[in-house]
Design a protein around this ligand. Structure first.
Ligand code: GN1
Ligand code: MG
Length: 370
């Protein structure tokens, strides 16, 4: 169903003026909707939830609603002592009172409040930006850290469970498409060797969880740099968006994802591998920002696994992109043929750079964890 007919079904006043696609998400479709009344203009974010990825969109919305309600209460209670106005999108109800609109084709649409006068970037080049990204993630994790995970559904089983992605990768390799794509490019075979050399490492976080060293908490799940909103006037972070993947998990998935996306100045989509590296200046800033907020709720064991989680989540995303390439590009949206292969090459190059900087990164983590 076309977005225009859905856009007027939410509880926002005014007549529809226009609607345009925004954002560069790899999963959902996102639009900015503008409506006008006699005396004002209203803007909100309309999204169609990707049902191939999220099998139970209603559960995604329920998680989002309860967590944002909780976070808004925490933000309000701390407002007087905060150095900024922290924000977080609000779920806008449909006119029928629900958290989403279901169209005639079974697609789920949701509306979220617009965080105005903010901007997000695909890449990071300034340490100040990396520090704000770390601070925003730490702040978000902190204000949801006391939310009971029993009240959150597991909306994406297997999400960030690296050994499970290895299994899907093995399956994709066995398919006809997988075999053909592997045979066609020597670069694909190089990547498969890269994976083989890290098979054992893949279970580092899940082993620690099973051993009782790490425990689940509410997490964001997708704190990549494009999801961190920066105030256009002050340059400070104001919030983190894209709350689909808020669910129980290890906070390590989040910090790993924030570092892999916030400390590689080349971004995820470059095709020039020589530009890809873990920038230690950005890393130090991001860690400083993150731990300012997070130090208080991290255990010694949590801290112990920070480096591994950064290496792992970078490897994992490369593995996810590569497996999707082998499977015929069925999960991540693509604009050109070998895009998922290229995305995998970038993450694996970044993973190598992280491995080469292990000593320095561990020293930085230790310094700010004190
Ligand atoms: C997807 O939709 P988007 O772009 O926010 C993916 C993340 C990846 C990211 C990589 C639900 O996020 O896990 O890290 O692409 N989201 C899901 O760009 O799989
Ligand atoms: Mg997302």
């Amino acid at each position: 169903m076309i977005a225009e007919t859905i856009a007027t079904q939410f509880d926002v006043p005014g007549r529809l003026v226009t609607l345009r696609p925004i954002g560069a998400g790899n999963v959902n479709d996102t639009y900015l909707v503008i409506l006008r009344t006699t005396f004002s203009e209203e803007q909100y974010i309309l999204q169609r939830i990707n049902r191939t990825v999220f099998k139970d969109p209603a559960a995604v919305m329920s998680n989002m609603k309860v967590v944002t309600d909780h976070a808004h209460r925490r933000i309000a209670s701390e407002a007087d002592s905060a150095d900024r106005i922290w924000q977080l999108p609000r779920v806008i109800s449909a006119k029928d009172g629900g958290d989403f609109v279901l169209d005639g084709e079974g697609e789920y649409w949701r509306a979220l409040s617009m965080i105005a006068s903010t901007i997000s970037y695909e890449k990071v080049s300034e340490p100040e930006h990396a520090a704000e990204a770390g601070l925003v993630l730490g702040h978000f994790q902190r204000i949801i850290s006391d939310f009971p995970i029993e009240q959150l559904a597991d909306t994406l089983p297997g999400f960030h469970i690296t050994p499970a992605y290895l299994l899907s990768y093995d399956e994709a390799l066995e398919t006809e498409t997988g075999q053909a794509r592997l045979a066609a490019l020597s670069e694909a075979r190089r990547l498969s060797q890269f994976v083989e050399a890290r098979r054992e490492f893949a279970s580092v976080l899940e082993d620690a969880r099973e051993a009782g060293e790490l425990r689940e908490r509410p997490i964001h799940g997708d704190p990549k740099i494009t999801n961190v909103m920066i105030d256009k006037f002050t340059g400070k972070g104001t919030c983190i968006v894209d709350l689909d993947t808020v669910k129980p998990g290890l906070i390590h998935y989040d910090i790993g994802d924030a570092v892999r996306s916030g400390c590689n100045p080349a971004g995820e989509e470059t095709t020039d591998l020589s530009e890809v590296f873990l920038d230690l200046g950005l890393f130090e800033a991001l860690v400083r920002g993150y731990l300012t907020e997070a130090k208080g709720f991290l255990t010694e064991k949590d801290k112990h696994y920070l480096f591994d989680s950064i290496r792992l989540i970078t490897f994992e995303l490369g593995l996810r992109f590569f497996a999707d390439y082998l499977a015929g590009d069925v999960y991540f949206k693509t604009n050109y043929d070998v895009q998922n292969l290229n995305r995998a090459r970038v993450q694996f190059a970044l993973c190598e750079s992280i491995e080469a900087r292990e000593g320095k990164m561990r020293r930085i983590l230790d310094r700010y964890c004190q």
